[in-house]
Design a protein. Structure first.
Length: 347
């Protein structure tokens, strides 16, 4: 008989509850979250019945990420239980609605028993590498935007009159040239100029870090062996976001489900016999943004995507509607490309 062990992970401790097919609790353990957490849990599980077992971890991609990877390295089977599903079981189905760690872990285990199609956790590979690098790219570009805005704000106090030369995007060379040409008199102005130079140094440092991170993403995309970059408008950065945040493409049975996940599938808002659709704000916004960048790149240059975009406008759709239609089409193309890549890798 298979034993299902539900785990409610936390920063300081992990609580495990083991249940059998009848949902009867056969064991409970709380361990400290330290370097001994995995051997302590595995040793305890082996003493329950010695049979086959599966570990069900709530949010295996969050607080339970490290423990899930350690259990996989120890040769254990691990599945990911969404927090929403575990909470629903705890309140409606487990018979114990009190909010505490043992009840939460028991609910996780019962959710895994009732949902045999839960996503199995896999060992981290190039997908996780690309996800980390893509996340770092977002962090760095966000920090650069903050730094350039601070620099722009200080320059605005040094150059009255609206600075017409800065109405467009401010560049590092342009800011350095402006600061170098300023002849200031008061101590306040000198201090502002010094602060502006500090912001400028921050921007230069971030530009170097962004360039280095882009090179790492390019190398990781090449190492992954993906063919996504063969799609017009999909470069290494877009491919990195798509692969990193999609994860295992096998968890999406169809291209439609993948489109619903990334938010490119429109949502029906029909009422009273009138059928309408609106833009979806659901799904993974990072993948959606990556697909958006690829669609915009296709529109800017002669390509099948530009032809499709023009065709939709000729049919009476607005520019935004035509762009959304192109993004939906790109989502299908990306899905089939990812499936092909996975099939080739497993041969």
């Amino acid at each position: 008989m298979v034993t299902t062990i539900g785990i409610d992970p936390h920063k300081a401790t992990h609580t495990a509850v083991a249940v059998e097919g009848s949902e009867e609790v056969i064991g409970e353990l709380t361990v400290r979250a330290d370097r001994s957490q995995t051997p302590n849990l595995v040793g305890w599980a082996e003493g329950l019945n010695g049979g086959d077992r599966v570990w069900a971890i709530e949010s295996a991609g969050g607080l339970g990420y490290l423990l899930a990877q350690q259990l996989l390295a120890a040769g254990e089977r691990v599945v990911d239980v969404p927090a929403v599903l575990a909470a629903r079981v705890r309140v409606l189905g487990s018979g114990k609605s009190d909010k505490n760690d043992p009840n939460d872990a028991r609910s996780v285990a019962i959710a895994a028993l009732r949902q045999p199609a839960l996503t199995p956790v896999r060992r981290e590979d190039h997908q996780m590498v690309l996800r980390m690098l893509s996340k770092r790219h977002l962090e760095l570009t966000s920090l650069r935007t903050q730094a350039i805005c601070r620099l722009h704000a200080v320059l605005a106090t040094l150059r009255p009159g609206g600075m017409p030369s800065l109405r467009s995007r401010l560049s590092v060379k342009q800011a350095a040239r402006l600061l170098g040409g300023m002849r200031l008199v008061t101590p306040t102005e000198e201090q502002r100029k010094g602060i502006a130079r500090q912001h400028l140094a921050d921007v230069r440092r971030l530009d170097k870090e962004i360039a280095t991170n882009k090179q790492r993403i390019k190398a990781a995309v090449v190492a992954s062996g993906t063919t996504l970059v063969d799609i017009r408008g999909v470069g290494p950065i877009v491919a990195g976001f798509v692969i990193g945040y999609t994860g295992d493409i096998a968890r999406f049975e169809t291209a439609d489900r993948y489109a619903a996940y990334n938010g490119t599938a429109p949502i029906e808002v029909s009422s009273g016999g009138k059928i309408r659709h609106r833009l979806s704000l659901r799904g993974n916004r990072k993948i959606n943004h990556a697909i958006h960048m690829a669609a915009v790149a296709q529109i800017r240059h002669p390509s099948p995507g530009r032809t499709y975009y023009d065709k939709k406008q000729a049919e009476g759709k607005s520019k935004k509607e035509a762009l959304r239609a192109l993004k939906r089409r790109l989502s299908d193309t990306i899905y089939h490309q990812l499936v092909t890549d996975q099939q080739r890798a497993t041969k």
